[in-house]
Design a protein around this ligand. Structure first.
Ligand code: AMP
Length: 279
């Protein structure tokens, strides 16, 4: 991959990268279209497919995460992707993930709260694998989804802090017709869990309406209570966290108005889903 990327660079070919963990859906494909526009018709679009072990906790779903490389390659071909980079774990981590990595890329400010607080070491794994992918694919532009809002913020920061010569672009969240944010993990939602997963979208809409109707900023604590109650109405749902914060600094907000960011994580059965929105 790196040899090819260096050839492209020497020829002056623009490269757009879309990093993914595979099991591609329409959300990923919207990032591919964005990458194509940014790379231009003569540029190259690379999709990486790698379920990165170092960003999963020991109790998380690494081993059962959905994998379907054949289908991913077909979708990429249809979408006009130039290269799918799907390395093995041992190619990415010398001697494998647990034994073979002793150098990490750790962002220490934006990655502390939210997902970082719920998933220790998650962003260490993300930062490290993203830095490795940037060094392997040498993209001019990398496209990330707003669905993983904090991840995009952390990646933007690490690109700035470590002087990676590329631009990070964040594309909007793609949703199912009923509002559920598209996610590879939605495949876990069997039976009525799919319907119960709509609590995330309901929480978002409910909060958006409350903030729009309010004449002045609302206390975050009151809105959090409302979301907690809404989530409790779905019997299989358990709120992991809900947070209101500044969209740039990710600092928690005590009062919530237009422009505040909302993010939440909810277990629906065993499946952990996340969503976020700018209010
Ligand atoms: P993943 O394969 O889940 O690690 O996601 C790979 C990239 O696709 C990340 O930048 C995600 O933020 C992005 N992504 C995932 N789901 C969506 C979605 N529903 N809409 C837009 N981007 C998404």
């Amino acid at each position: 991959m790196q040899r090819q990327a260096l050839r492209w660079r020497r020829q002056g070919t623009r490269v757009g990268l879309v990093p993914t963990m595979g099991s591609l859906h329409a959300g990923h494909l919207s990032l591919v279209r964005r990458a194509r526009r940014l790379a231009g018709p003569a540029g190259k679009v690379v999709v990486s497919v790698f379920v990165n072990p170092t960003q999963f906790g020991p109790q998380e779903d690494f081993s059962r995460y959905p994998r379907d490389l054949g289908q991913d390659v077909r979708l990429c071909r249809q979408a006009g992707v130039d290269a799918v980079f799907a390395p093995e774990e041992r190619e990415m981590y010398w001697r494998g993930a647990t034994a073979g990595a002793s150098t990490w890329v750790v962002e220490e400010a934006l990655s502390r709260g939210l997902e970082g607080a719920s998933r220790p070491n998650h962003f260490r794994g993300v930062g490290t694998v993203v830095a490795k992918l940037f060094n392997l694919v040498l993209p001019d532009v990398a496209v990330f989804g707003a669905k993983d809002y904090q991840q995009a913020a952390v990646v933007k920061r690490l690109v700035r802090d470590l002087n990676f010569p590329l631009k990070v672009v964040v594309a909007p969240t793609c949703r199912e017709p009923d509002g559920l944010a598209m996610s590879s993990r939605n495949r876990y939602l069997e039976g009525d869990l799919r319907e119960q997963a709509l609590v995330l979208w309901r929480a978002v809409c409910h909060t958006q309406a409350a903030v729009r109707q309010a004449a002045r900023p609302l206390p975050a604590a009151r809105l959090k209570d409302g979301i907690q109650r809404l989530v409790a109405q779905a019997p299989a749902a358990r709120l992991d966290y809900v947070e209101f914060f500044d969209p740039e600094t990710l600092a928690p907000a005590a009062r919530v108005g237009r422009g505040t960011q909302l993010a939440l994580a909810v277990f629906v059965g065993r499946t952990r889903l996340i969503d976020n929105v700018r209010l």
